[in-house]
Design a protein around this ligand. Structure first.
Ligand code: G1P
Length: 296
C-alpha cells in the first residue's frame, strides 16, 4: 500500500529581537524598539498576534541584554491585575489577562550581535528537528488573512522552505535580500538564487525578501557552516542559498501591505494603516486625516 507522507505542522515561530535598534535612536535608547507603540500596542504585539492567529503554538524569542520589557509585556502582572480589579477597570484587566495567556514564549539569548543568521541559529535546540516559522519584528503586514497563515497554506502543499517576498523598485534592491526565481504560478516562485543586499545593478530581479520565512530544520546545518557575509554578519540569506542548493525552496508574494516599522517613515505609515483599521478610532481618525490633508 502506498504510504502518504504526513505533513509536518508548523508549531513554532522564532522572532529575533536582539538588535540594538540604532535606526530608531534616540527613541530606542532605553526601551527596545519592538516596544515602541503603534496606536495602542507595541510593535511586537502585532507580530505575536499574527503568530497566534495563524495557529502556531510556541514562540522562541531571540533576545539580548536590555530586552526584558518584551518578555514582561507578555507576562502576567499580579500586582497590576489586582489594582485594576479593585478599581473596577474590568475591561482592560481582562485584556491584560488575555495577553498573558496568548501563547507560550521561550526566550533564548543571542550573546553576541553576529547577524540575523546567527540569531536564528541560536534557536536550534529549542526548535529541534521540525519546520518552523521566522518573523522579523520590523516587518508588519496588514492583510485580511495573516501573512504567516498564507505561507502555512502554501507549506501544506509544498512542504519545503518558503520566503515571503514583495516586488520593490530596482533602485531599492540593495536594501533587501533578493530572490531570483522562476514563477510557477500566480504569487509562487521556485527559488534559483538568493543574494543579500546586492550592489546596485548586479541583479535584474526585484523580488525582495520581507521578514517572514518558513524554514526546513536543515537550515541549522547550513547556518553552522555560514561564514560572515554582507556587513561582516552571518546572513540568513547566505544559509538559505546553501539550503536552496540542497532542497527545493519557494518564494511567495503574500497578499497584504508590508510596513518597515524599524524605519521612521515606515513606522509612521504603519501607525496610519493600523489606526485606519482600529474599530474605535478609525472613523474619527479618517476625518482628521482628511482635514489635515485639506488644510495643507
Ligand atoms: C533582513 C534580511 C533581508 C530582508 C530584510 C527584510 O535585513 O537580512 O534579507 O530583506 O530583513 O526586512 P535587515 O533589514 O535586518 O537589514
Amino acid at each position: 500500500m502506498k504510504k502518504t507522507k504526513r505533513v509536518q505542522q508548523i508549531r513554532k515561530a522564532v522572532i529575533p529581537v536582539a538588535g540594538m535598534g540604532t535606526r530608531f535612536l534616540p527613541a530606542s535608547k532605553a526601551i527596545p524598539k519592538e516596544m515602541l507603540t503603534i496606536v495602542d500596542r507595541p510593535t511586537i504585539q502585532y507580530i505575536v498576534e499574527e503568530v497566534v492567529a495563524s495557529g502556531i503554538e510556541e514562540i522562541v524569542l531571540i533576545t539580548s541584554a536590555g530586552k526584558q520589557a518584551i518578555e514582561n509585556h507578555f507576562d502576567y502582572n499580579q500586582e497590576l491585575d489586582l489594582l485594576l480589579e479593585r478599581r473596577g477597570k474590568l475591561r482592560i484587566c481582562e485584556e491584560l489577562r488575555h495577553l498573558a495567556n496568548l501563547i507560550d514564549i521561550v526566550a533564548v539569548r543571542q550573546k553576541k550581535p553576529l547577524g540575523l543568521g546567527h540569531a536564528i541559529w541560536t534557536a536550534r535546540n529549542v526548535v529541534g528537528d521540525e519546520p518552523f516559522m521566522v518573523l522579523l519584528g520590523d516587518d508588519l503586514v496588514v492583510s485580511d488573512q495573516p501573512c504567516a497563515k498564507q505561507m502555512m497554506s502554501l507549506y501544506n502543499e509544498v512542504q519545503e522552505s518558503i520566503v515571503a517576498i514583495q516586488t520593490v523598485p530596482l533602485e531599492q534592491t540593495h536594501q533587501y535580500g533578493i530572490v531570483e526565481g522562476e514563477m510557477i504560478r500566480e504569487r509562487v516562485y521556485e527559488v534559483k538564487r538568493l543574494v543579500e543586499k546586492p550592489a546596485p545593478g548586479t541583479t535584474s530581479s526585484n523580488l525582495a525578501i520581507i521578514g517572514r520565512y518558513i524554514l526546513h530544520p536543515d537550515i541549522f546545518d547550513m547556518l553552522s557552516r555560514t561564514t560572515p557575509g554582507h556587513g561582516g554578519e552571518i546572513q540568513l540569506t547566505d544559509a538559505l542559498l546553501a539550503l536552496s542548493n540542497k532542497r527545493s525552496m519557494y518564494a511567495y508574494e503574500f497578499e497584504g501591505d508590508r510596513y518597515d516599522a524599524g524605519d521612521k517613515m515606515g513606522y509612521l505609515k504603519a501607525i496610519i494603516a493600523f489606526a485606519l483599521r482600529h474599530p474605535e478610532l478609525k472613523d474619527e481618525f479618517r476625518r482628521h486625516i482628511k482635514e489635515v490633508a485639506a488644510a495643507s
